[in-house]
Design a protein. Sequence first.
Length: 111
Amino acid sequence: MTDAGKLITIKIIHTLVWIFFNVVIFYMLYAVIVNKIDIWLWIGYGLVVLEGIVLLIFRLYCPLTILARKYSDSTRANFDIYLPNWLAKHNKLIYTTIMIGILIFTLIRIA
């Protein structure tokens, strides 16, 4: 497989992982809004914490980004994922903010 083909494969996998975490996070948001505190919410927290640990281990970079860097010298934020550049650039800030909101709502619901 060529380097371009490897980069495309990584971008597809990275985008699918991103979609998966969007489903998890937006389920969590839905669950706390409608007061559906169930096992799936806690599994979501576990997955998000696991993702956070992975990011901390890799110095706030996704391992797929590090892998994709081998096949691209692009300086664009979305070189490793099929997202608009602005979203790839601000992804961590956006989803951290949403997760803080979910955590606050969860604490209100269980209090």
